[in-house]
Design a protein around this ligand. Structure first.
Ligand code: AMP
Length: 216
């Protein structure tokens, strides 16, 4: 697996657009964390990334910032579609990723939606009908809404599998495999996991294309 080049040490030298850099300054972020410094440049270059990082390392920004950057630079299709899918195991994590999206995208015109089970699906469906740039979802509700015809995956350009080891521990492997089969082939993929047991490496090898490996 290829190794990353020398890590950057400040946000100024990352090729992020000005509205994102401004949001980071407003968030009080001074420098990228090691996982951000290692993951953001290859992701901006369009590479797939396999990241070994725990919560607290700044991994959310490591995958959200380049995704937002790329979505902001390309014109939306004008159709009610999903352009990036972030799959995460729990509603708490999904909500946290949604909060991070809001903070980092505050100067961008991008829409997002967080969906998880155990709550009324109607507001989720209403937002999906309008189209969202970034959909943050737990696997069960995502598949439910897909089966009911409320989500189409054919415009997804970015796929993020967050906390992959926890996903497997929670028994989501079959759901993940079903979702992977529904995604279009031509997309950028990221997998983040706190640990890298053989089951994660096998899963990663199944859908990451020539990934850059980064570690916190
Ligand atoms: P995460 O590992 O993504 O859950 O992030 C952990 C915490 O670190 C969150 O509260 C982030 O807001 C914060 N954070 C992420 N990146 C940075 C950064 N470059 N500088 C300061 N704080 C950060």
């Amino acid at each position: 697996m290829p190794l990353t080049g020398p890590a950057v040490t400040d946000f100024a030298s990352l090729e992020l657009i000005e509205p994102i850099k401004r949001a980071l300054i407003e968030e009080g972020y001074e420098n990228p964390t090691p996982i951000q410094a290692a993951a953001i440049p290859p992701l901006l270059d369009g590479r797939d990334v396999l990241g070994c990082a725990q919560t607290g390392t700044g991994k959310t920004a490591a995958f959200l910032l380049p995704t937002l950057n790329k979505l902001a630079l390309t014109a939306p299709s004008g159709k009610p579609v999903v352009r990036a899918l972030v799959l995460t195991p729990t509603r708490e994590l999904a909500a946290q990723i949604g909060d991070s999206f809001q903070a980092y995208s505050r100067h961008l015109k991008l829409r997002h939606r967080v969906i998880f089970g155990g709550v009324n699906q109607r507001p989720q469906v209403a937002d999906l009908r309008r189209g969202v740039d970034v959909l943050v979802a737990t696997p069960g509700r995502l598949l439910d809404l897909h089966e009911q015809g409320h989500i189409r995956f054919n415009s997804i350009e970015f796929f993020v599998l967050d906390e992959a080891d926890r996903m497997l521990d929670m028994g989501f492997i079959h759901d993940i495999r079903r979702i992977l089969k529904l995604l279009p082939g031509n997309r950028q993929n990221l997998l983040f996991s706190a640990t890298m047991p053989a089951s994660i490496v096998k899963l990663a090898n199944g859908f990451l294309k020539d990934p850059i490996k980064v570690e916190a």
